[in-house]
Ligand binder design. Structure first.
Ligand code: FMN
Length: 162
C-alpha cells in the first residue's frame, strides 16, 4: 500500500499530491499536519512532498514532523518539492533536497530522480550529481508546466508503485 504525504501552506504542494495520487491510482493522500508516524509506518511505499519556505526550509508542518519516528528502512520512496525559482533562485526547492537527506539517512530506497529543470535558478539542495533528487515544481512561474511534469514523472515511477 502506498500513501502520498504532503506539507503545504497555500495549497500548491497539496494540489500536486492529489494530482500525483490520481495519476498513479493511489487512494491515500495525507496532510503531514494531520497524520502521525504510526499511520505513515503502516504503508510500505511512500511519495512525500513539501513546499519550501523561509530561506530554503521545509514547509512548517513538514519541518515540525519528527522523521526519526518513521520506519523507512528499505522502503521505496519518491519525493517531490514545490518552490519559486525566480524569487528564491538560490534556494529553489531546497525542501526536496532536505527530504532526500532525511529519508536517505533512514535507509529509504529513493526513486524518481529527474533532470535539472530547464528554467533559471542558481542553486538548490535538491540538485545532486547534475540532476534533481525528485520532481521539482514551480507553480508561481511555470504553473503551465506542472501537469505535464507530473504526468511524465508518474510515468517514470509508475512501475515502482504498482
Ligand atoms: C515567505 C516565503 C518564503 C519562500 N521561500 C522559498 C524558498 O526558499 N525556496 C523556494 O523555492 N520557494 C520559496 N517560496 C515559494 C513557495 O515554496 C511557493 O510559493 C510554493 O508554491 C508554496 O507552496 P504551498 O502552497 O504548497 O505551501 C517561498 C514563499 C514565501 C511566501
Amino acid at each position: 500500500m502506498t500513501a502520498v504525504i504532503f506539507g503545504s501552506t497555500m495549497g500548491n504542494a497539496e494540489e500536486a499530491a492529489n494530482k500525483i495520487a490520481a495519476n498513479l491510482g493511489i487512494d491515500t493522500v495525507l496532510n503531514i499536519a494531520e497524520t502521525s508516524a504510526d499511520e505513515i509506518n503502516g504503508f510500505d511505499k511512500l511519495i512525500i512532498g513539501s513546499s519550501t519556505w523561509g530561506s530554503g526550509d521545509l514547509q512548517d508542518d513538514m519541518d515540525a514532523f519528527d522523521f526519526s519516528e518513521l520506519n523507512l528502512s528499505g522502503k521505496t520512496v519518491a519525493l517531490f518539492g514545490v518552490g519559486d525559482s525566480s524569487s528564491y533562485d538560490d534556494t529553489y526547492c531546497d525542501a526536496l533536497g532536505i527530504l532526500f537527506d532525511k529519508c536517505s539517512e533512514l535507509g529509504a530506497n529513493i526513486v524518481g530522480a529527474t533532470a535539472a529543470p530547464s528554467f533559471d535558478f542558481t542553486d538548490s539542495k535538491a540538485s545532486k550529481d547534475g540532476g534533481f533528487v525528485g520532481l521539482a515544481l514551480d507553480f508561481d512561474n511555470y504553473g503551465d508546466q506542472v501537469d505535464e511534469q507530473i504526468a511524465n514523472w508518474c510515468d517514470q515511477i509508475r512501475a515502482n508503485f504498482s
